[in-house]
Write a protein that binds this ligand. Structure first.
Ligand code: ADP
Length: 716
């Protein structure tokens, strides 16, 4: 196969050039050529395209082989350069070879040209491949340096004797002396200085162990490290050296430590929050708390004081020596310790100082207390005690410790407060229970008494009813007889006899009235709310009642005026007449001659009830409870200009048989209405209003009394 060959001929003689090409063709080459005769042409040719070989005449009219060689070296190209010349001296040929020519031969010996070219081509190829290999090695080295510099870990490379040969950028950053301080020194010396490596570290450094599981610290480096070593296998040697990878894990350890601390704190808070049961009593609860704290946090001593009757009393403790416990048992408010507690802020110390009571200070030193921290127990701003923790170690309680202890103290204070409240509540509950039981018993008694009273009342009413009824007939006969004897018998009587007969007559009239009143009362009390009512004009009923008095009134100069709304009101007419009669009778009785009595009535809206409620409540406690619900009411009033009723008597005059003590209140009449009444009239009125589900009350208006009757009108 023809070998393609690009030949640059530096030759002024075209014929010589052709001879050389023919020689090459003969040897199996397929030359492609360019012939140049001077430097500029040659430079252009070299810049223009790649050449396999340069065949150069030694001497040209405007150029020479040494010039051409120089030019070629300037370009930096590696092209075999063969001097093919006429006759040149041996010295010149050697000089050309020294200057970088690959070979030289005489034009007369062209038969050697092909083998020379072939050898030069081969050597050029070898040089190129060597250069490629060298470049590849160099690149690989640079790449690996870049990789190791990019790694965040420290990488140190040593020889088999563990002498450092190389280190990445990170490693140089960690050692202050830089590369000079590392290179050529043994790795153990760099890491440990004059200190003896630990056994594990030593094994690792000697390459016996590729990894150390736990983190290491080195005297010559700050922080903590995770280490691994890898042997370098090289040219059949198993351990031509080692690569040490040292990872800085200080940050991770810091984070882990931080996590461990907060886990412990959280766990403590959790235990405190959920583990404590105040039901077992505050002492047990405090003991449990201290126990939990000792378990979770590192401490040897702890104690809790609470204020009790002005003194700070030790309530619970753990780990204390008896003399110290005794000295701290009960502290007056004036001691430094109590005063500090009362300030309501945490206080800490690094040795027992004079903040402790004198005796306690000595005992604390004896006990081995070194560092301590006290946090007050507070409910809002009130300080109820103090919790102290302490240790034999020399440490200072930092903000974080104080915060944790303060939160625990806060919870403890709440628990103690809860317990106290719970205790008080329990006491109150027990008291309440006792009262309830007593009340229950009393209620039973009242119930029984009520039943008995009810029974007695019925018996009494029955009795009164029967008795009154039985009395009515003989009284009527007596009255009839006495009246007949007095008025129509024409019997001669001495004045004394007449007086006796008149008083018998008056007494019997009074007796008849009493019997009638008693009968009315017993009937009303037996009666529930009325069911059969008749829509009546109350003004009309007032007139009817008034007419009963026309005769006796004529003897007293008292004006009675009746005027008001005539709207129908559902009532029992006979009862209403009876009520009005009683009120009218009282009005006349307690009004001096020349006075007036007014009977008025008006319809009221339900909304007006509110305005009269305070007044009526003096007579009916639950008013308007008990009053029939209705849209409208009828207010009937009997007003007189009489002597009035003292305010403090007004409620009681509705009681049975009640009469105002003052004799003036028995009557103001000189001719009629003189006698003291039975004291039942107003009770009957009240009874009548009860069966109407209405109300009666009295007010004074400065010159007399106003009796009011309130009737429900119903839905209309
Ligand atoms: P009596 O039948 O004794 O009059 P009442 O129950 O009707 O009994 O009245 C009780 C007492 O109320 C009377 O004794 C009287 O002192 C007083 N009283 C009643 N109405 C009037 C009144 N309009 N003015 C002054 N006092 C009155």
């Amino acid at each position: 196969m023809l070998k393609h060959l690009k030949v640059l001929l530096v030759e002024d003689c075209e014929e010589d050039g052709r001879l050389m090409l023919r020689e090459l063709e003969r040897a199996g080459f397929q030359p492609e050529h360019l012939r140049v005769e001077e430097a500029a042409e040659m430079r252009r040719a070299l810049e223009g395209e790649p050449w396999d070989i340069i065949l150069c005449d030694y001497r040209l009219p405007r150029f020479s082989a040494p010039g051409a060689l120089e030019l070629l070296q300037e370009t930096g190209l590696d092209i075999p350069f063969v001097v093919v010349s006429g006759q040149i001296s041996e010295e010149l040929a050697v000089a050309a070879m020294r200057s970088g020519a690959s070979d030289y031969l005489m034009k007369g010996q062209l038969a050697r040209l092909a083998p020379v070219v072939e050898r030069d081509l081969r050597e050029a190829e070898e040089r190129r491949s060597q250069r490629r290999a060298h470049d590849a090695v160099h690149r690989a080295k640079v790449e690996w340096q870049a990789v190791s510099d990019a790694v965040a870990d420290l990488i140190l490379v040593t020889d088999a004797e563990r002498v450092i040969t190389r280190g990445n950028r990170r490693a140089l950053e960690y050692f202050p002396g830089g590369y000079e301080a590392l290179q050529g020194r043994k790795i153990e010396e760099v890491l440990f200085g004059y200190n003896q490596p630990t056994e594990k570290a030593a094994r690792f450094l000697e390459g016996m162990q590729s990894e150390v599981e736990e983190d290491l610290s080195f005297p010559n480096l700050k922080g903590w490290y995770n280490v691994a070593s890898f042997p370098i296998a090289c040219e059949g040697t198993q351990r031509a050296g080692f690569v040490f990878i040292i990872k800085d894990v200080s940050k991770r350890r810091e984070v882990e430590e931080e996590k461990r601390t907060s886990d412990r704190e959280l766990l403590t808070l959790y235990a405190v929050a959920f583990g404590l049961q105040y039901i077992q009593g505050p002492e047990k609860m405090m003991k449990d708390l201290l126990f939990q704290l000792h378990n979770m946090l590192q401490m040897e001593f702890s104690w809790i004081h609470l204020f009790e009757r002005g003194r700070l009393k030790l309530q619970a403790s753990l780990g204390l020596a008896p003399p110290f416990e005794k000295a701290m048992g009960s502290l007056a408010r004036t001691t430094g310790w109590a005063a500090l507690t009362l300030a309501g802020r945490p206080f800490v110390g690094n040795k027992p100082d004079d903040r402790f009571p004198a005796k306690a200070q000595g005992a604390a030193v004896e006990m081995g207390l070194c560092s301590w921290c006290s946090v007050p127990l507070k409910i809002g701003p009130e300080v109820i005690g103090v919790m102290t923790v302490g240790t034999c170690a020399e440490r200072s309680y930092n903000v974080r410790d104080i915060f944790l202890l303060s939160s625990i103290a806060g919870q403890l204070a709440v628990l103690i407060e809860n317990y106290n409240l719970y205790d008080k509540m329990k006491e109150k509950a027990e008291e309440l229970y006792r009262s309830k039981e007593e009340l229950k018993a009393n209620l039973q008694q009242v119930k029984r008494a009520n039943l008995e009273l009810g029974r007695l009342n019925t018996v009494k009413n029955n009795f009164i009813g029967i008795a009154s009824h039985e009395l009515k007939t003989p009284i009527t006969s007596i009255l009839g007889g006495v009246e007949f004897l007095l008025k129509y018998s024409n019997i001669e009587m001495t004045p004394e006899q007449r007086t006796i007969f008149v008083s018998v007559y008056e007494g019997t009239v009074q007796l008849r009235r009493l019997v009638e009143d008693l009968l009315s009362i017993s009937r009303l009390e037996a009666q529930g709310p009325l069911h059969q009512k008749k829509a009546s004009n109350l003004m009309f009923l007032c007139k009817e009642a008034y007419e009963l008095f026309t005769l006796p009134l004529s003897e007293r100069r008292i004006q009675v005026r009746i005027a008001g709304d005539t709207d129908p009101v559902p009532v029992d007419e006979a009862f209403v007449v009876m009520a009005v009669r009683n009120l009218l009778e009282n009005g006349i009785k307690f009004t001096p001659d020349g006075g007036e009595v007014f009977l008025t009535g008006r319809v009221m809206k339900r909304a007006e009830i509110k305005a009269i409620t305070p007044t009526v409540r003096q007579f009916y406690h639950g008013f308007p409870h008990g009053l029939a619900a209705a849209k409208r009411y009828y207010l009937l009033q009997v007003r007189d200009t009489g002597i009035g009723i003292p305010a403090d008597e007004r409620v009681r005059i509705f009681d049975k048989f009640y009469g105002v003590g003052d004799i003036a209140h028995h009557s103001s009449g000189d001719t009629a209405f003189m006698s003291k009444g039975s004291g039942l009239g107003l009770s009957i009125v009240r009874g009548i209003m009860d069966v109407h589900e209405g109300a009666v009350w009295v007010e004074g208006d400065g010159q007399g009394s106003v009796f009011s009757l309130l009737f429900p009108i119903g839905e209309g």
